[in-house]
Write a protein that binds this ligand. Structure first.
Ligand code: TRP
Length: 373
């Protein structure tokens, strides 16, 4: 496979193939969604976030709401707070403790149910991390260097030399998914290469240790469930929503802070409001957000506003978003008053994840012939 081959159309082959594979992933995702509706008990889902900041409405509409939906549909769920990933591309991990608890609090506030969902941190699960060693033996260095997400993340660090952990973190992420033998991973399309790497590792492990054609493969083939809609949400300045740009609205913010941020949002000079994602991306973004909060279409919202202009749009969005987030924020405030409860929950999640990871590591060592007692 070459990355540099250029077709007549001037489009790189790598891009063309990834467009095609993206379409395949989308089709596959739609089929899986149907299967989940039929029998959720066939699935075990693993997903997670890096504790690098606070969760915002992009996360909420892009992935969090979907996690809750899957959990409530009866899919067994694991959520990793990926603290070891934080140190892959930075020297300073930041206030980890505060961020880990902020994530946990956000999860609970939006409706993740700790009785049904296991929430844990990487650093508390030794057996998960140990899977990294046999997994690293199954991948080649060029495979790792080719990973487009790793490349993009490395470029984003502008000149910083790539750490060994950044290069190999897709393998660590495979350990996240495979320690609990998850077969379902809801992801954005930027994470698809990691999922493919996970599938390759699972397959190679069972091939190398003679389980591929047995009726007892150690690992399942994890499938991506592509998140819809969320990636369409931009920040209040019309660019990609990102914690570091300060253009986000965080779940933990107050209604007043939310109102201020929306007031400052970028629109355009045309008064009459229309839904035109191509030519009016900033206005379209605010319309989409309003629509998501009120279960309508962006076009409907635009038609209602019409000559009301950007001011009316912002007012509508502020009301809709604050109303949508009010119960989340109330629950969040309540949880924050009980740090002991949060600590116990995390300890419990870690304990459950450890039991699962220990069992998987035993399966792995057994397959490898590395149990000597
Ligand atoms: N890399 C993911 C992100 O940056 C977080 C993550 C860690 C994850 N481990 C995972 C996502 C396993 C899915 C599956 O958002």
């Amino acid at each position: 496979m070459t990355d540099t081959h250029v077709t007549d159309a001037g489009e790189s082959l790598a891009e063309a193939t990834s467009e095609a594979s993206l379409r395949r992933s989308e089709e596959r995702s739609a089929k899986i969604a149907e299967q989940i509706d039929k029998d959720p008990s066939e699935f075990r889902m693993l997903t997670g976030d890096r504790p690098t900041g606070h969760l915002h409405i992009g996360h909420y509409f892009g992935s969090l709401a979907n996690r809750v939906r899957l959990q409530d549909a009866g899919v067994e769920t694991f959520i990793v707070i990926a603290d070891y990933q934080v140190i892959a591309d930075r020297d300073v991990a930041g206030p980890l403790r505060e961020r880990v608890y902020s994530l946990l609090t956000d999860y609970l506030a939006i409706g993740i149910d700790p009785a049904r969902t296991t929430i844990f941190t990487h650093s508390a699960i030794p057996a998960l991390n140990q899977l990294m060693l046999p997994f690293l033996a199954l991948v080649t260095d060029s495979e790792l260097y080719r990973n487009p997400t790793v490349k993009a993340e490395h470029e984003a660090t502008s000149g910083r030399p790539m750490s060994g952990l950044l290069l190999t973190y897709p393998v660590h992420q495979a350990a996240d998914i495979l320690f609990c033998k998850a077969n379902l991973v809801p992801v954005g399309k930027d994470q698809l290469p990691h999922l493919e790497q996970t599938r390759v590792i699972a397959r190679r492990f069972d091939e190398r240790y003679g389980r591929a054609r047995s009726d007892q493969p150690v690992f399942p083939q994890a499938e991506a469930l592509l998140s819809q809609g969320g990636s369409l949400i931009l920040g209040m300045d019309g660019t990609k929503m990102s914690k570091s740009k300060g253009n986000t609205i965080e779940l933990r913010m107050s209604a007043d802070e939310t109102a201020k941020l929306i007031k400052r949002a970028v629109t355009d000079s045309e008064r009459f409001i229309t839904y035109d994602p191509e030519t009016r991306p900033e206005v379209a973004n605010l319309l989409r957000l309003t629509a998501l909060c009120t279960d309508r279409t962006p076009t409907d919202v635009a038609e209602e506003i019409g000559n009301g202009g950007g001011g009316t749009l912002k007012k509508l969005l502020t009301e809709a978003l604050n109303e949508k987030l009010a119960p989340v924020r109330a629950r969040r405030a309540e949880l924050e008053r009980d740090p002991g409860y949060l600590r116990d929950l995390l300890a419990e999640g870690n304990e459950r994840a450890n039991a699962v990871a220990d069992a998987t590591l035993t399966d792995v060592r057994t397959a490898m012939g590395m149990i000597y007692t």
